[in-house]
Write a protein that binds this ligand. Sequence first.
Ligand code: 15L
Length: 294
Amino acid sequence: MKTILITGAGGDVGTHLRRELAGRYRLRLSDVKPLRPLARGETFVRGDVRKMTDMLRATKGVDAIVHLGAWSVEGDWETILAANIAGTYNVFEAARRNGVKRILYPSSNHAVGFYRRDETIDHRVYPKPDSRYGVSKVFGEALGSLYADKYGMEVFNMRIGNVASAPADKRRLSIWLSPRDLAQLVSIGIEHPDIRFEVVYGISGNKRAWYDNSNAHRLGYRPQDDSEPWAAEKLAAHRDHPDARVERYQGGTFVGAEFGGDPSRPPPKRPGATRKPARPAGKKRAGKTAGRRK
Ligand code: 15L
């Protein structure tokens, strides 16, 4: 049985993952605060991602790492720098030094949050982060790319939408990821024999998705859930945000926060996104033209 390190295991996503992966892997849980009680098959190692020595200890002897330990929303620069930039570097570098090849990196929808909701984007689009938090996720993807190309690490980037037992609101109907679909995606990231560097979207099979998740499907992902059963309820409860940008862009409130641009000016066009309705049958999907990996 493989031993999997989960950093930041005490957070929301880690808590879902522990439950879903129980019995399938030996789980080494790491967090800044002790986690109690531990289930069978779990061990705990106290670890702060901001400290290289902690990460060297935590990553020793594991088969793969799910690196969840981070600041998980927008934050001031010092917080993002320490937890998400330095923290992610520490985990990749500690893994490299300990000979751990495979890292599952939970990127975020906020790495591409400045794409509009009437666009469908795939895994090859140019990043358009909507926040310092989103920038830190782009950094993590870039670091993974470097470690894959330079050191032969196997890096599986999941641009996660929102993990919850049910979609929280209208926006999350498009980006919801159920815990069991999260576990399926993570298992693919751990087990797939041909991972070098991949980007997939961490969403369930949502009818209202803004993403073309064909790369995840290519790797065998078959989501079991769809947010649609909650659609009527969430749409009825929805009230448009007073800031139109929050409704226009995929990143929602992360986009509106601290906005300093001219809202009447359209954002620069980047290759790789199509406006809905989706392309006519037979035409190439968005994202096949820019310098991308696949
Ligand atoms: C994320 O990346 C965050 O970690 C999570 O807290 C949510 O804000 C989620 O995105 C979202 O966009 O709903």
